[in-house]
Design a protein around this ligand. Structure first.
Ligand code: ADE
Length: 252
């Protein structure tokens, strides 16, 4: 069982994102739990204030350290972990390491994971020093808060946990799991608005279809993610007959 805790000022955003569909079903089945915890509930301020001006000046407000630390302590004691054992606590920030599928695999092995979402200009550095074990960004762009990135990471991690996906949704053979983007896929009808399903897929020749899938995945990766393509060629041995995308068409 993987237990996710999300420390946030906007718990309703977490429920809105992770309440339905596959993640909602996994929660109902008890394979994972998602607990959104409102940091504001841990302020001692009588007006429930959680932010204040930055000592360094500037326009923005900063989240104060005490509500964050008290909220984190409450979550840790609820977990009932042995003394001195700190659960992995991910501060979700554009100043973090870029999130990847490999990180999702690593996180999926944890029994408890806490995500800390910042708002305003961020969080007082001392709170981060005291609670954060990892600093993770979902990409090189800035969002208004950490809630959506936290949901994205929880989704990517959860689908790797056994039992979350069923057979049809299975996580193997997809983009990133083997270093290539996925080949194009088709369903009925065989012709749609003048566009035909590639004949080879209708041929029933499974060996040829497998080779076609590999070549299409190589072509797509070459066109859309050239750095991923180079890395794949460097680390994989291809069947001799494989037609590489750049050689086949001479240009792309
Ligand atoms: N908070 C704001 N922008 C973010 C990003 N790109 N990744 C993670 N957390 C964020």
């Amino acid at each position: 069982m993987t237990n996710f805790y999300v420390m946030t000022l906007f718990p309703e955003m977490i429920e809105a994102c992770l309440g339905g569909s596959i993640i909602g079903r996994a929660r109902e089945k008890g394979i994972i739990s998602v607990n959104a915890v409102n940091i504001r509930d841990y302020t001692l301020d009588k007006h429930k204030k959680v932010d204040d001006y930055c000592y360094s000046g500037g326009a923005g407000m900063l989240m104060q350290p005490d509500p964050v630390c008290r909220c984190h302590e409450a979550i840790c004691s609820e977990m009932g972990l042995p003394d001195g054992v700190k659960p992995r606590t991910v501060y979700v920030t554009p100043q973090g390491t870029r999130f990847t599928e490999q990180m999702a695999v690593d996180f999926s092995k944890e029994e408890y994971l806490i995500f800390l979402c910042g708002h305003y200009e961020g969080i007082d550095e001392r709170a981060l020093e005291l609670v954060a074990t990892d600093y993770v960004s979902i990409g090189d762009y800035v969002l208004t808060g950490g809630e959506m990135p936290a949901c994205i990471m929880i989704d990517a991690i959860s689908r790797l946990i056994p039992g979350v996906l069923n057979n049809e949704e299975s996580a193997v053979g997809e983009s990133f799991t083997d270093g290539l983007l996925e080949y194009p896929q088709y369903t009925r009808p065989p012709e749609y608005r003048g566009l035909r399903v590639p004949e080879i897929l209708l041929s029933g020749d499974h060996a040829k279809i497998e080779q076609w899938k590999l070549e299409q995945a190589l072509k797509r990766t070459y066109e859309r993610r050239p750095e991923m393509y180079e890395e794949y060629l460097r680390t994989h041995k291809l069947p001799k007959k494989t037609i590489l995308p750049d050689k086949k068409e001479g240009k792309l």
